[in-house]
Design a protein around this ligand. Structure first.
Ligand code: PEP
Ligand code: MN
Length: 338
């Protein structure tokens, strides 16, 4: 439920509503707009059934919220969330590129990739150290060693780093290295892991589950925000459909739908969505035009030698072409690339 205050409501009116909610064991989340203040109520709202909250001074109306997610809900917070990480701001009028290899494979590989990306103006480096592979016989990632290589590259080129954690154990190891914690598609509904990343208070890059509905995805984000970590970035990375020509099907409509339902920033990953190098640039163009807040793409200096996802890796030359093609669209969308 949200409580919409009258435009003339005083600070005291608002405080007294909040006090009442606390008294009934409910949480109050204030959203102060230009015209009115909205108070989001979290908890078992049944306790309010006979309390006549609408009669309190300054209250305009009570609006029920049918969705199970509250804190990520646009109805709770009208304004888009922006997330500041050192000198990078995600969301708002910024368009943020995240790029790097699928997996960190060697010190040299991640260093060379980071150098090239830095020279292209990219500020966030991706790279997997704990890899969630379909086959247990496939390369599983270098673990902490990979994070050490990545950290050196990120430090030397003044980049932020994002990497996936696949378990609470991996989180304990990886957290000190990371600027942004990635939760991959396969773990989107690992609720214990979501709670733990929420408790770190570091920004979280939450990918959509392979077969997750948008509501399930937003509920996953709610798990993180409930732990008082509001820094969640959503990422559409393709979903399972009957189509086999691409690895997944990019649900481009997720971008406007998420923007309507939530105030959180939303990215698109055209690499995992398509699985095919040649389709990445067209999908990236479409994603920018759909008004996403940024892209995550996989880049490898030698895709033919990649230990994971080589077929979808862009070479540095391809990546330069991607940037060239999306820049005018980013500008048309009223954004600047960061
Ligand atoms: C990744 O980004 O490395 C990855 C494994 O992606 P996803 O979780 O979307 O499959
Ligand atoms: Mn990958």
């Amino acid at each position: 439920m949200i409580i919409v205050m009258k435009s003339k409501a005083t600070k005291e009116n608002i405080e007294s509503v909040v006090d009442k909610l606390h008294k009934y064991g409910l949480e109050a989340h204030l959203s102060t707009g230009k015209q009115v203040t909205i108070i989001g109520v979290v908890g078992d709202k049944a306790v309010l059934s006979n309390k006549n909250m609408e009669l309190l001074p300054g209250v305009d109306k009570l609006v029920p919220i049918t969705e199970t997610y509250k804190l990520v809900n646009r109805k709770f917070t009208e304004k888009n969330t922006t997330i500041k990480i050192k000198d990078v701001i995600i969301g708002g009028s910024n368009f943020t590129m995240i790029a790097g290899p699928c997996s960190v494979e060697s010190e040299e590989q991640v260093y060379n990739t980071a150098q090239y990306l830095h020279e292209s103006g990219i500020k966030i480096l991706r790279g997997g150290a704990f890899k969630p592979r379909t086959s247990p016989y496939s390369f599983q990632g270098l673990g902490e060693e990979g994070l050490i290589y990545m950290k050196k590259a990120a430090k030397d080129f003044d980049m932020l780093m994002v990497s996936e954690v696949t378990s609470i154990r991996a989180l304990d190891i990886a957290e000190p290295y990371l600027d942004i914690i990635q939760i991959g598609a396969r773990n989107m509904q690992n609720y214990e892991l979501l709670k733990e990343v929420g408790r770190t208070h570091k920004p979280v890059f939450l990918k959509r589950g392979l077969s997750a509905t948008i509501d399930e995805w937003l509920n996953a984000a709610e798990y993180i925000i409930r732990e008082n970590n509001s820094k969640v970035i959503l990422c559409e990375r393709g979903i399972r459909t009957f189509e086999t020509a691409t690895r997944n099907t990019l649900d481009i409509s997720a971008v406007p739908v998420v923007k309507a339902k939530s105030h959180l920033p939303i990215f698109v990953d055209p690499s995992h969505a398509s699985g095919v190098k040649d389709y990445i640039i067209p999908l990236a163009r479409a994603a920018v035009a759909a008004d996403c807040d940024g892209l995550m793409v996989e880049v490898h200096p030698h895709p033919e030698q990649a230990l994971s996802d080589g077929a979808q890796a862009l070479t540095p030359i391809d990546f330069t072409e991607l940037l060239r093609q999306i820049k005018p669209i980013v500008n048309i969308m009223g954004r600047n690339i960061t």
